[in-house]
Ligand binder design. Structure first.
Ligand SMILES: [Zn+2]
Length: 286
């Protein structure tokens, strides 16, 4: 991001920043660069796209598991599907600065396996206890897995591709320009670990521990994109877009639709994204 944009994005949130944001969008539109989000009421930190166009984005499918346990309130997450959609949309706005989007592969409400004495067992062996809660039938090797539950010792823990665990009661130390709620930030932070990033204790950085900071630096952007590309199941939005356009030309709308749905998870308002959203809106229900 250039110095002017960076300066403007780092202004504090609130009404003044909203006015700046509006002005900035007008200015950018006038400059012919339309890759911005309409995010009224959000913090500035959720709007940076670093000039990545739709075709530059990498799409990493994300399976979200909301763990339930009728008799174990320390596990039973109370997140609703609306919460999950909101959280993921903010995660994707954070990761837009790296040209990365996590389309929702599926959202699953699942009974945790063997929930009895969860807290005692987690205290003795956190990793084994958390991993054992995962329902084996819903694990896949071609997506990232995030599990939400009620209580764990830290806000979130990452265990390789076996899963990331985030507690739905997470709390963070607010920092200037930070996220306006903890769960998208904690989720985005754990996804950073899944993309090879280590902690970097600058308070406004996404990989700082325990703060609401959202930012990645140029090295982290490069490393996370390289890490994503190492998974053969990570899709290039550019290639996906070409396939959608081919299918549309061939009149194969039913096949194009699920692909287009993955592409519109990218939080851009550029010409290609607008065209896809309009096309999807005009498709008959499957
Ligand atoms: Zn961490």
């Amino acid at each position: 991001m250039g110095p002017i944009l960076k300066l403007l994005f780092e202004l504090p949130g609130g009404h003044f920043a909203g006015m700046i944001s509006l002005w900035l969008r007008c200015w950018i539109a006038a400059m012919g660069c339309a890759a911005w989000l309409m995010t009224a009421g959000s913090t500035m930190a959720q709007e940076a796209t670093n000039g990545f166009a739709l075709a530059d984005f990498l799409l990493i499918p994300l399976r979200i598991h909301v763990l339930t346990a009728t008799n174990e309130p320390a596990i039973h997450s109370t997140l609703t599907s609306n919460d999950v959609v909101r959280i993921l949309s903010k995660v994707n706005r954070i990761w837009a600065q790296a040209g990365i989007t996590f389309p929702l592969e599926s959202l699953r409400y699942e009974a945790a396996v063997g929930p009895t004495n969860y807290l005692e067992r987690a205290e003795a062996n956190e990793r084994a206890t958390l991993l054992a809660l995962r329902p084996p039938d819903s694990l896949a090797t071609n997506c990232f897995h995030v599990f939400y539950l009620k209580r764990i010792r830290p806000n979130g823990i990452y265990f390789n591709l076996q899963g990331m665990f985030v507690k739905d009661t997470a709390s963070l130390r607010p920092v200037e320009g930070g996220l306006d709620e903890p769960l998208p930030r904690v989720t985005a932070h754990e996804l950073g670990h899944a993309l090879s990033l280590a902690h970097r204790q600058n308070v406004t950085n996404l990989l700082a521990s325990g703060t609401s900071g959202p930012w990645l630096d140029a090295d982290e952007i490069k490393a996370s994109r390289a890490s994503a590309r190492r998974h053969p199941w990570v899709e290039s939005a550019g290639e996906l877009l070409r396939r959608v356009e081919e299918l549309q030309r061939a009149g194969r709308a039913a096949e194009a639709r699920p692909l287009a749905q993955r592409l519109v998870a990218v939080p851009l308002e550029d010409e290609a994204s607008r065209r896809l959203r309009l096309w999807l809106a005009n498709q008959p229900a499957p």
